[in-house]
Design a protein around this ligand. Structure first.
Ligand SMILES: C[S@@+](CC[C@H](N)C(=O)[O-])C[C@H]1O[C@@H](n2cnc3c(N)ncnc32)[C@H](O)[C@@H]1O
Length: 352
């Protein structure tokens, strides 16, 4: 029986203390990431490093390095060599915490969730007023984290999802056109432009501030000639038969409510060429409340919904998205196989 299911008082007490530990562990890990402590320990390799040497290496106050190392050890983020009094990363932490390309990467999630403390502090007031949270509460760190959190998604889309479609990869390799809606900070467009050097790559983004960030990202990658970025609303997209592929990564739920989702998908359908493909990637929100307890990722989605609701965003479940895509006229609507647990990726094709 799991801790969550055992109803005796002692087990329920453990449930609560583990929730405090989860919170504390997130903070300890977030500090280790933002300050470079984990990276410095990773850099010395398996022989590890002791507290004074680590403090000296980073120019940090030794007494703070000491308490952080002890806490990271207590939470099994670091292992400790008794004889040499030195710390090294716990198994797989080099990839899970530090590698942005890793499909199971958690480092950016940890930092992202630690920034959400501002949402939780504002929630009591939102309960009273019904207002949403002003986005400037988070900027710009939050934006930076969101941008890093989705870097693996684009690689997953090109390397794992697109091969599951009939011929989209080939079309884009030979030329073709790709539109990314709600494109964010520009990393998706840079990735797509590099993967498909002959294709026309276009991004659409609603937020003017983010459009400027995307332009900088694209210029830094020296791809300004190859990528077109448009400032606009997916709800007003009006192209006919232009694109071989349209991608939306974590965007649809931000475009409004169910009628806007339908509107956006209809416009996506129109904008695709016959046999064109839509890749709609969303959070895997469960279809029933009961399922929030089904696994840790779904539990995490319940907490995410607090943040999303405060940011004025909606949510879409697999059943709803499937229904919307089918009602729009898409065929071969299906869930794509992919390795990122916190994503639901749907594939749909326009009729030929
Ligand atoms: C969660 S972010 C994801 C960004 C990017 N796709 C990624 O994966 O990193 C959602 C993005 O969609 C944009 N967005 C929201 N509503 C939109 C709309 N109606 N039209 C175009 N973009 C929109 C937001 O400004 C934001 O940049």
């Amino acid at each position: 029986m799991s801790l969550y299911q055992d109803t005796n008082k002692q087990a329920q007490w453990y449930k609560l203390i583990y929730s405090i530990l989860g919170n504390q562990s997130t903070w300890v890990a977030a500090i280790g990431l933002t300050t470079g402590l984990f990276q410095a320990i990773a850099d010395v390799g398996p022989e590890g490093i002791n507290e004074p040497a680590l403090a000296e290496k980073l120019g940090f106050a030794p007494r703070y390095v000491q308490v952080w190392c002890q806490a990271a050890y207590a939470f099994y983020l670091l292992d400790r060599e008794e004889q040499t009094d030195s710390y090294r990363l716990a198994p797989h932490m080099d990839t899970l915490l530090l590698d942005l390309e890793e499909p199971l990467a958690m480092g950016n999630h940890i930092q992202f969730f630690s920034t959400l403390c501002k949402d939780f502090m504002a929630f009591p007031e939102c309960l009273q007023t019904g207002e949403s949270l002003q986005s400037e509460v988070h900027e710009p760190t939050h934006l930076e984290l969101v941008k890093n959190m989705t870097k693996t998604d684009f690689k997953m889309i090109t390397d794992i999802v697109l091969p599951q479609t009939g011929g989209t990869l080939e079309k884009l390799k030979q030329g073709g056109a790709l539109l990314d809606i709600g494109t964010g900070a520009g990393f998706a467009l840079v990735h797509y432009a590099k993967r498909f050097p002959k294709a026309q790559i276009v991004g659409l983004e609603f937020n003017e501030f983010i459009v400027e960030i995307a332009k900088r990202t694209i210029a830094e990658a020296d791809l300004a000639e190859r990528i077109k970025i448009q400032h606009g609303d997916a709800n007003r997209l009006c192209y006919q038969n232009i694109y071989d592929l349209i991608t939306m990564n974590l965007t649809l739920h931000e475009t409004g409510g169910p009628s806007e989702y339908q509107n956006v998908l209809q416009r996506v359908y129109q904008a695709l060429k016959p046999k064109g493909v839509a890749v709609i990637s969303e959070f895997p929100c469960p279809d029933s409340v009961r399922d929030y307890r089904k696994n840790p990722v779904l539990q995490m989605m319940a907490a995410m919904q607090i943040h999303e609701t405060m940011a004025n965003n909606g949510m879409i479940t697999k059943k709803e998205l499937t229904k919307l895509l089918k009602e729009t006229g898409f065929k071969n609507v299906r869930v794509a196989h992919q390795p990122i647990p916190a994503r639901l990726v749907m594939l749909a094709e326009k009729k030929g």
